[in-house]
Design a protein. Structure first.
Length: 289
């Protein structure tokens, strides 16, 4: 029981740490760059930034208030656990956005640089938050809910439509065509950064090893690399000889070591390395609830 509590506390601590780091990067992109350059990114944060332009309502609090009806609307579809994690993230991001960054200097330079850095920082922050299984809410909730109810719909299409409407509205509010272009640049950069960082965390290699010395190779991989190996009996159709096919999921760095282990034990081994996007299970990501 104590071990479970300790593990739960460790996970919560890591979640909060990533929320703080991710929230700081996200707030820097929105407050220090997008807000100061007067353009609206997509999503509910963009709407909150537009409201902030007309009122004194802080961007973080505005985002949080706009998210309340969205959370209630998506509660049944997305489940309590995911929404509770996201609410935690939203509160932490709001505190950082509204109470920390107003005390720091903001960027007031070139508008293109503002859009690029707004996208890069916010994208990096969101990637860290997504990696821990959380979200900043907003249109993410609506898109995920629509996707669950209608799986045939394209997430990319929904995102483009929702973000595009807010970006165009921002252009009208700020009265500049550049505001629309900046919003597009920020959204594009943010999407690229999210994909790149997420892939670093989740992708890897599957090593397929066809060998006549499967036992020795398997033992060395498990001992030196610490990865599990699955063995399948096979027959070479050209030679008619019995072989073992070893299957091992690993990181890219580990794949190079596994290849070396295989060839040291069997000079005639066939090693095939196949990239994968995500792996769930022991030693990898936890399976989704």
């Amino acid at each position: 029981m104590k071990a479970i509590n300790v593990n739960t506390l460790k996970k919560l601590g890591m979640d909060v740490l990533f929320d703080i780091i991710g929230g700081t990067l996200y707030a820097a992109g929105i407050y220090s760059f997008a807000s100061q350059a007067q353009f609206a990114p997509g999503g509910i944060t963009g709407i909150a930034l537009i409201i902030n332009h007309y009122t004194d309502l802080p961007i973080g609090i505005g985002t949080l208030l706009l998210n309340i009806p969205v959370v209630l609307l998506c509660l049944k579809t997305l489940g309590k656990r995911f929404l509770l994690l996201s609410v935690k993230t939203m509160v932490i991001s709001t505190v950082i956005m509204d109470f920390v960054f107003p005390m720091l200097p903001a960027y007031t330079g070139d508008s293109l640089m503002a859009a690029l850095f707004a996208g890069a920082l916010s994208g990096a922050g969101l990637a860290l938050i997504y990696w821990r299984g959380s979200s900043t809410g907003g249109t993410d909730f609506l898109i995920l809910s629509m996707r669950k109810k209608k799986p045939h719909l394209s997430i990319g299409t929904i995102s483009v439509v929702t973000d595009g409407c807010v970006i165009l509205l921002g252009g009208l509010v700020f009265g500049r065509i550049d505001a629309v272009l900046q919003g597009i640049v920020m959204t594009a950069v943010s999407t690229i950064i999210i994909d790149k960082i997420t892939n670093v965390f989740t992708n890897g290699q599957i090593a397929l090893i066809v060998t006549s010395n499967g036992e020795a190779i398997s033992k060395t991989i498990m001992r030196d690399i610490g990865r599990g190996v699955t063995s399948v009996n096979a027959t070479g159709m050209f030679s008619g000889a019995d072989r073992r096919v070893l299957i091992c999921a690993c990181s890219r760095a580990e794949a190079c070591r596994i290849r070396g282990i295989a060839y040291r034990a069997d000079k005639k081994a066939l090693v095939v390395l196949c990239p994968y996007d995500t792996a769930y299970g022991l030693g990898f990501l936890a399976p989704a609830d």
